[in-house]
Design a protein. Sequence first.
Length: 328
Amino acid sequence: MKNEDFRELVDRRLSGLVWDEASRRKVLNAVREEEKPMKKKVSFTVVLALAVLCVAALAIAEGLMFSPRYSAVRLANQAMEQQYGITPDILSLFYRQVEQHGDGTATVTYSVPGENGLPAEQMGEYTVEVKDNRAKASWSNDGKDTSGGLAAEAFGAEQLRLLSYDYANAMRQLIEAGTIQPKAYPTPLPVASDSPTPLPIVWTEEHQAEADRALAEAEKADQERKAEIAKAEAEGKLTVQAASDLAREAICQEYALTEDQSKKLNFEPDSTFITWQDGQPEAHMLFWLWQGEDEVFHEKDGQYWVTVNLATGVIEDILYDSGLAANG
């Protein structure tokens, strides 16, 4: 193995090692104790201790590393389930935002985007304060009545589950009750007065030119995406493929996927894109899990977006979307 190859391997394997002052003092003290009787002799005990430290360092380096941001998200998600019964599958109905503070605390909010047509007022907004490895959630509808199904004053876990798993029927009931307004849809194509069927669409040269322009723009955007990935891999320490292995492991660990689920977890390389944070490249990667051959939802189905720092190997974020409401 060339020196350069060995150096690269060591850098990659030990990139996650945290060598703090306490660890340094512990090893130095052990070495000094062994040096007292004879300066030139190093006992088997010290050799063994250093070997153990090296193995431990490699184990730490090869283990998953999570950012403070995602650590806060993990605690917030757990608080949402423990305090309000909102499990990951129905948590997908909300838009998540994370605000990190200078004192090490974080605020995670779960809100309802106004443009998606969901009953935002009834669903409310959740705020989770994370401090000292603990999380406490509050709800803008705390104290309101959540009984009575979709006629309830506020929508808790029961109503969110109806919206997720029976979206079309739930939305129909809410529209009929006047709780929400139906979405405005584009005006349909004109129908000839003497024909009960819509007029056929005539594909013109203008249509073809517009289609060609759209295709050219899409191809250009994809080439730019690939070029940005190549740049990120050159400036970082990990390739996207290596980062996807870390991402897959993180998903399986964080969501406790079974062996069968892990095998069906698919990575979509064509959806990968790069952003830069403080000069370091971060790869955003999409994974899909669909366990059946039909349209029936199975637990933990959906898409998983994972962000990995290509310079450090740190898992910056994981976002799960069950996609249940969209199935309606």
